[in-house]
Design a protein around this ligand. Structure first.
Ligand SMILES: [Mg+2]
Length: 284
């Protein structure tokens, strides 16, 4: 799951908010593409989505009881040991300034309804029950996204992985299953409504877009291409969709070898993700 979502993030990151013509020309899965606006960032480098997911996964496998401070510490640690791009500018600035989780919690105003809490929630879906998933997704969301929409998006994102990993039914039913658990959906229509096009910044938009690609996707490569083809915040859509799809028995695990090979592989790159992934899967 972690390598696949990082591939989705790194590949999608090159197309985040890119022009539709650029996406149409380069979204071919033949390799990582240089982002037009991020000169100097090597292709194949993942973004904030994967970095924060790593932090969540590390807390998950630690076996410790989750607290806001424990998670905040890990967000700070993950960033400082290996700074990556893609964070929202104000949060990025704050992360780079704070020394520990206590300072992060003290200085943070967790009023966002954007996608940050949803993009990192995938590993939580491995937990054994829906109640576990809802509780932990909410706890981590409230650190940065203490809004009804921000929390619901994180819970829906984690439930998407939960449904696939625990084989709760066919992919075509996943969004309706989430609708039954999170029915309030804060005024933006149900999770099963197909997402029509460009993906905006709110978390529920990325989750609904990911669910749309999962509803018809039969292969990881097909899901990745259709996620990126939506345009907009597509690294997050691809991260959420591939986290779930990589755990689904219905989805062909066919990401091109070049995307595996060229994913960054420094201290916290591909090999680290693969090892951490083995530990995450054992948590279930
Ligand atoms: Mg990102």
């Amino acid at each position: 799951m972690l390598v696949e979502l990082a591939i989705g993030d790194a590949y999608g990151g090159s197309f985040e908010h890119a022009y539709p013509s650029f996406v149409a020309e380069h979204n071919t899965l033949t390799g990582y593409v240089q982002h037009h606006g991020r000169l100097g960032v090597p292709a194949g480098r993942y973004t904030d989505d994967t970095q924060m997911t790593i932090a969540i996964a590390e807390v998950l496998v630690s076996g410790r009881r989750w607290t806001p401070l424990l998670l905040a510490e890990q967000f700070v640690r993950a960033y400082h040991r290996d700074p990556h791009d893609g964070y929202a500018p104000r949060f990025h600035q704050l992360l780079s300034e704070v020394r520990d989780g206590e300072e992060l919690l003290r200085r943070l105003r967790p009023q966002s309804d954007k996608s940050g809490a949803a993009m990192r929630a995938g590993p939580i879906g491995i937990l054994p029950t829906v109640d576990d998933v809802l509780y932990h997704a909410k706890l981590q969301a409230r650190i940065t996204h203490d809004t009804q929409a921000g929390i619901a998006a994180a819970q829906a994102s984690a439930l998407t992985v939960h449904y696939c990993h625990h084989r709760l039914g066919p992919l075509s039913e996943i969004a309706r299953w989430i609708d039954a658990i999170l029915p309030e959906d804060v005024g933006h229509g149900g999770w099963a409504l197909p997402w029509p096009g460009k993906v905006g910044p709110q978390g529920w938009m990325s989750v609904r877009a990911a669910l749309t690609t999962l509803a018809t996707g039969r292969s990881l490569s097909g899901i990745l291409r259709s996620a990126v083809a939506l345009t907009g915040d597509v690294d997050t859509v691809a991260t959420i969709a591939l986290a779930a799809a990589s755990r689904s028995p219905e989805v062909a695990q066919d990401l091109p070898p070049v995307l595996w090979r060229d994913l960054e592989n420094g201290e916290f790159g591909r090999d680290y993700l693969a090892k951490l992934d083995e530990q995450v899967i054992r948590v279930a």
